[in-house]
Write a protein that binds this ligand. Structure first.
Ligand SMILES: [Zn+2]
Length: 438
C-alpha cells in the first residue's frame, strides 16, 4: 500500500478491500475525537469512555435526519464557528431545516470527491454549473471541484431568473461549454430550447464532452436517450447536501461509493439490523469532516450495496440507488411506478422525438400524455400503448399532444425582464415595477 503526501486518501492508494478497511480504521480515531467536540455527540457519548475504533462505532446508535433538525442550527458544531467556510440546508420538505456546515479543510475533501469523474476535469474545460446555489451544496460542490482542476466555471443556477433556458443554450453554444452539472431533466429541457433556437443538440455543440447529472432518479432508457440526443457520455453522481458526493460513476456505468472517504452501512428498518452490504437504507460516516461530524448518519435513501467486483477494476463497493423507485400507484390491482413507466417512454424509438411526458393513475385506467410531433404521433402512441399493456396488462389511454403542451414554448425561449430596483419613473412608464425588480 502506498501513502500519498496529503492526509486524504486518493484513488489508487489501496489494492484490496482489506487495505481499504485499513484506511478507514486509520482515520476513525481522529474522526471520533472530532465528533466528541460537538454538543450532540458529547451528550450522546455521555460519561462512558469515548468511542475509539470501529467496534465502538458499531455500538453507537444511528444519527437521524430528525437529530439534525432537533439540533438546528449549531448543535452539531464541533469547531469554533469562525472556522466555518459555508453553511447549507437541505432542500427538503417544509418544517425545520436540516443544516450542514463545513470548514475550508472539509471543503478539500468535498471538492475532491465530486471531482472524481472518469472523463476527467481539466483547465481546458468550460464547466456549466446548472444546479442551485442558494442554501444547498450542489452548485458549490461542482463549482469548487471544477475550480480545483482549473476549469472555467460558468455559474448557471437553475433556480435563478437571470438564467432562463434561452440563456443556457446561448452559453452552451457560444462559450463552447465542455462539461455540465444538472439534474437529468434539465438536459432534455436544453435539448428542446436548443431546437427552439434553431440549433441541433449534438452536432451544433461540438465542444461538449460529457453531461454530469444527479439529484433525480434516472433509469437506463432515459439515460441512454439523453446520451443519444447530446452525443456525449452521461455521467451520474450521487450524494446529498448533508454529506456531499458519496458515489460516482465508473467507465463501466456503475456507481461506486467513495469508501476511502466514508464508511458505508445498510440499515434494515424491518429488523433494525445494520449490515455492510445488501438492500436497505444507506448509513454514512464521513471520515474527513471536522465542522460537523456525522457518525452512522441514516440518509434514509433506499439503496443496495455490493462488494462484488466491477469490470472497471476500482476496488470500491458499488451502490444501486433505489430511491423511491418502488413507490407507485395502483391501477386495477397493478402497481405502476414512475421508474418503469419512464423506461417505457424512453424505450420508444428516437425518431419519435418524445422528450416530455406525464401520467396519472385514475379509476380503472392509466392516462398518459406525451409531447410528440404530429407526423410521429400515431406511431408513438400505438407503440407506447402496446408496451404499457404488455408490461402491466392494464387499460390505458395514451394521448399525443403538440409541442408546447407540457413544456410551454415561452419557458424555452423568453428572456425574463431582470432589472435593477428603481423608484423614479418617467411620464407614461409602468411604475408597477417599482422596487420589485423582476
Ligand atoms: Zn466499476
Amino acid at each position: 500500500m502506498t501513502q500519498t503526501a496529503t492526509r486524504l486518501p486518493q484513488l489508487g492508494d489501496w489494492d484490496s478491500l482489506d487495505e481499504l478497511a485499513e484506511l478507514q480504521d486509520a482515520q476513525l480515531p481522529e474522526l471520533l475525537t472530532w465528533a466528541g467536540r460537538s454538543p450532540f455527540y458529547r451528550s450522546r457519548f455521555g460519561t462512558a469512555a469515548p468511542p475509539r475504533d470501529r467496534s465502538d462505532l458499531s455500538a453507537l446508535p444511528l444519527t437521524s435526519k430528525q437529530d439534525l433538525r432537533n439540533n438546528y442550527p449549531f448543535g452539531m458544531l464541533a469547531v469554533p464557528q469562525r472556522r466555518l467556510a459555508t453553511y447549507h440546508e437541505s432542500s427538503g420538505t417544509a418544517g425545520t431545516p436540516t443544516p450542514s456546515y463545513y470548514t475550508a479543510e472539509d471543503w478539500v475533501d468535498l471538492a475532491e470527491r465530486y471531482a472524481r469523474k472518469w472523463v476527467g476535469i481539466s483547465d481546458s474545460d468550460v464547466f456549466l454549473v446548472r444546479t442551485p446555489y442558494a442554501l444547498m451544496i450542489t452548485g458549490h460542490l461542482a463549482h469548487a471541484a471544477a475550480r480545483l482542476h482549473g476549469a472555467t466555471v460558468v455559474p448557471g443556477d437553475n433556480r435563478s431568473l437571470a438564467m432562463p433556458y434561452s440563456r443556457v443554450v446561448r452559453v452552451l453554444h457560444a462559450l463552447g461549454v465542455t462539461l455540465t452539472w444538472s439534474m437529468p431533466t434539465e438536459t432534455l429541457l436544453w435539448a428542446a430550447a436548443a431546437k427552439a433556437a434553431g440549433l441541433r443538440p449534438g452536432p451544433d455543440f461540438p465542444a461538449l464532452r460529457a453531461l454530469f447529472v444527479g439529484g433525480e432518479p434516472l433509469g437506463p432508457a432515459r439515460k441512454r436517450r439523453i446520451g443519444e440526443i447530446w452525443q456525449v457520455p452521461v455521467v451520474e453522481e450521487y450524494g446529498s447536501t448533508e454529506t456531499g458526493s458519496l458515489a460516482g460513476e465508473c467507465p463501466s456505468g456503475r456507481l461506486h461509493l467513495w469508501a476511502d472517504r466514508a464508511i458505508f452501512e445498510v440499515y434494515h428498518p424491518d429488523t433494525g439490523r445494520v449490515t455492510a452490504d445488501g438492500a436497505g437504507q444507506l448509513v454514512v460516516t464521513p471520515l474527513f469532516r471536522e465542522a460537523m461530524p456525522l457518525l452512522r448518519y441514516n440518509l434514509e435513501d433506499d439503496v443496495e450495496i455490493s462488494y462484488a467486483g466491477c469490470g472497471c477494476g476500482w476496488t470500491l463497493p458499488t451502490v444501486r440507488v433505489l430511491g423511491r423507485s418502488a413507490f407507485g400507484y395502483q391501477v386495477v390491482g397493478r402497481t405502476v411506478t414512475q421508474a418503469r413507466l419512464e423506461d417505457l417512454v424512453f424505450g420508444l424509438p428516437v425518431q419519435h422525438e418524445v422528450l416530455f411526458w406525464r401520467a396519472r393513475a385514475e379509476q380503472g385506467r392509466l392516462q398518459v400524455e406525451i409531447e410528440v410531433p404530429a407526423g410521429q404521433r400515431d406511431a408513438a402512441c400505438r407503440a407506447l400503448t402496446a408496451s404499457i399493456r404488455s408490461t402491466w396488462d392494464i387499460p390505458c389511454e395514451v394521448t399525443g399532444t403538440s409541442e408546447g403542451t407540457l413544456v410551454p414554448g415561452h419557458v424555452l425561449t423568453t428572456m425574463p425582464d431582470v432589472v435593477k430596483p428603481r423608484s423614479l419613473f418617467g411620464p407614461g412608464e409602468d411604475w408597477g415595477k417599482a422596487l420589485l425588480y423582476y
